[in-house]
Ligand binder design. Structure first.
Ligand SMILES: C[S@@+](CC[C@H](N)C(=O)[O-])C[C@H]1O[C@@H](n2cnc3c(N)ncnc32)[C@H](O)[C@@H]1O
Length: 271
């Protein structure tokens, strides 16, 4: 694993595994079209060094699936997925007339589009190739038929830890300044994990091992309510993945302390 874009294949492998559970948290019948021996070997290598990684992906998938489904049920017709990688929600959670906009690098999106087509998987998606940091999120959206006037749900999964903090904040500001009505969900690490100040030595070793096989984690946030307030955004939900685990898998023991430091949240525009 030497490339941020390759992380999408490992995430896809972990996400797919939940399908094998007796009572899965979600079903993803689409993701398998991108998986092969190579992606399995890469994912196995990471899972060996950091077994909790799989569960982190599965818990966040369930949370984001639920938030998105509720948005669609409430009538949201426009969804943007930043750094979409091999996200399959456009094919899985596709209420009537919901239009998806997916942003990622050109090669990933081309592979995605062609494989979905070859497998006859319908998805109402506008693919926007580009780098939402370098090119600017709003400039990229303006190149498409994105409607800035209607309520929009933004999903930003598996990205914030990999970006510079200023870039994360700039994306939030761009959404805030250009959309009238939106909700936004993303996952993030506690700042303590990034600065190795959790006080848990085992956890520090775990993170070092994880980063050596995956991609470096460079940004975390300590208090999402404070961040939201500073940016004039309204926090709707904020859960540690430890809390999600307790809710979704009440009979299972938490396998690592990392879940207490890895979060999902949903924000919206303040009135
Ligand atoms: C860890 S993967 C997550 C993929 C997907 N969101 C998921 O959770 O399954 C990160 C993805 O974000 C994309 N990405 C990261 N930074 C990006 C940027 N600045 N612009 C566009 N895509 C980006 C990468 O190419 C990669 O596909």
């Amino acid at each position: 694993m030497n490339n941020v874009k390759d992380t999408a294949f490992v995430v896809a492998e972990f996400r797919a595994e939940e399908n094998e559970e007796a009572v899965p948290l979600y079903i993803d019948n689409v993701v398998k079209i991108w998986l092969n021996e190579e992606t399995k070997t890469a994912a196995d290598r990471i899972a060996q060094n950091s077994p909790a990684a799989k569960e982190m992906i599965k818990l966040r998938t369930k949370y984001f699936d639920d938030v998105l489904s509720n948005q669609v049920l409430a009538g949201c017709k426009q969804v943007v997925i930043l750094g979409s990688g091999l996200d399959t929600r456009a094919a899985r959670i596709n209420g009537e007339k919901v239009k998806y906009f997916e942003i990622d690098d050109r090669a990933t999106l081309q592979l995605k589009e062609s494989t979905l087509k070859a497998n006859k998987v319908p998805a109402n998606v506008c693919y926007i190739p580009g780098d939402y940091v370098k090119d600017g999120l709003i400039s990229l959206l303006k190149r498409s038929e994105f409607d800035f006037e209607i309520p929009t749900y933004f999903l930003w999964e598996g990205n914030t830890t990999l970006l510079a903090k200023t870039d994360v904040i700039s994306v939030l500001e761009q959404i805030r300044d250009n959309l009238i009505n939106f909700r936004l969900s993303f996952d993030y690490m506690s700042e303590k994990v990034i600065s190795r100040t959790t006080g848990d030595r085992e956890l520090n070793d775990y993170i070092d091992r994880y980063e050596s096989t995956y991609a470096p984690w460079i940004t975390g946030f300590e208090n999402i309510a404070t961040l939201a307030e500073e940016l004039n955004l309204k926090p709707i939900e904020n859960f540690s993945t430890a809390e999600l685990h307790k809710q979704y898998r009440p009979r299972r023991v938490l396998e690592s302390n990392i879940f207490n430091f890895y979060f999902v949240c949903t924000l919206e525009n303040a009135e």
